[in-house]
Design a protein around this ligand. Structure first.
Ligand code: ADP
Ligand code: MG
Ligand code: MG
Length: 246
């Protein structure tokens, strides 16, 4: 599904990713952990096509396509979704309208019929229950006045509506209390399927008690320095990242 080969990339004017390799197959859940400033968000931003991340060399293949050659909208339509570490507020844009517009842009790209507002409402009503979100959050401007937990839940709700092939969650768990964490994890687990993959960026192994990863990787100084099973996350929790400097 996703093959990242020897990627070097700058964020702003700094060299951040330094020879990163990662292979994600359909249906797999990969957790990425690592110290602050290692380049975890830069990796997510690179895949989503955020403008301030500039690839220098290496390649990213997604479902047989050269991902880096696509613009961000095309990547989204191909099925790449990034839940932001810091979800943005969009004053003046109703959350429902925002989501339906995003969905229909992707459907148009794929040559599918748009979803009208009545169809969309039916679709959303089912999903909102599953996410344990309040209806009124849908009618309000995107993320404006949402609590930290509501913003993160809204990101996972967006993911549920857009049904991506590859979902990247960037510290979606940080700042969540245990109930919100479970809701986010349930949202992810409901979407797990044989043809959908996840990259879960997290600072804490706590989330991985609820979302069981197939692989855990440590990203440090711009590359993957260690990969293992779920057990690796527990070891990291105990030992921290200090051993990386030895
Ligand atoms: P992580 O998510 O692992 O904590 P990041 O990928 O956010 O790390 O950041 C890696 C490094 O890149 C940090 O030193 C950060 O300050 C820097 N960085 C991130 N974005 C930018 C940017 N837009 N301009 C300049 N430096 C950036
Ligand atoms: Mg960070
Ligand atoms: Mg980050």
């Amino acid at each position: 599904m996703l093959t990242i080969k020897d990627i070097y990339a700058k964020a702003g004017d700094k060299d951040i990713l330094k020879g990163l390799n990662l292979e994600v197959k359909p249906g797999e859940v990969h957790a990425i952990m690592g110290p602050n400033g290692a380049g975890k968000s830069t990796l997510g931003n690179l895949l989503a096509g955020m403008p301030y991340v500039e690839p220098q060399s290496g390649s990213v293949e997604f479902l047989g396509k050269d991902l880096l050659a696509l613009d961000p909208e095309e990547r989204a339509a191909e099925g790449v979704f990034l839940a932001f570490q810091y979800p943005v507020e969009i004053p003046g844009v109703n959350n429902m309208y925002f989501l339906r517009t995003a969905l229909n842009a992707q459907r148009k790209y794929r040559g599918e019929e748009p979803v009208d507002s009545a169809q969309f409402l039916r679709m959303v009503k089912q999903k909102i229950k599953a996410m344990n979100m309040r209806d009124d959050l849908l009618k309000r401007p995107v993320n404006v006045g949402f609590s930290g937990g509501e913003k993160k839940r809204n990101e996972v709700f967006q993911m549920g509506v857009l049904e991506p092939r590859l979902a990247i969650l960037d510290e979606t768990d940080s700042g969540l209390d245990i109930d919100a964490l479970k809701i986010v994890a349930d949202g992810v687990n409901q979407l797990r399927s044989a043809d959908r993959s996840f990259i879960i960026i997290t600072h804490y192994q706590r989330l991985l008690d609820y979302i069981e990863p197939d692989f855990v990787h440590v990203l440090a100084d711009g590359k993957i320095v260690k990969s293992g099973s779920k057990k690796l996350a527990l070891e990291l929790e105990e030992q921290g990242y200090g051993w990386l400097n030895q």
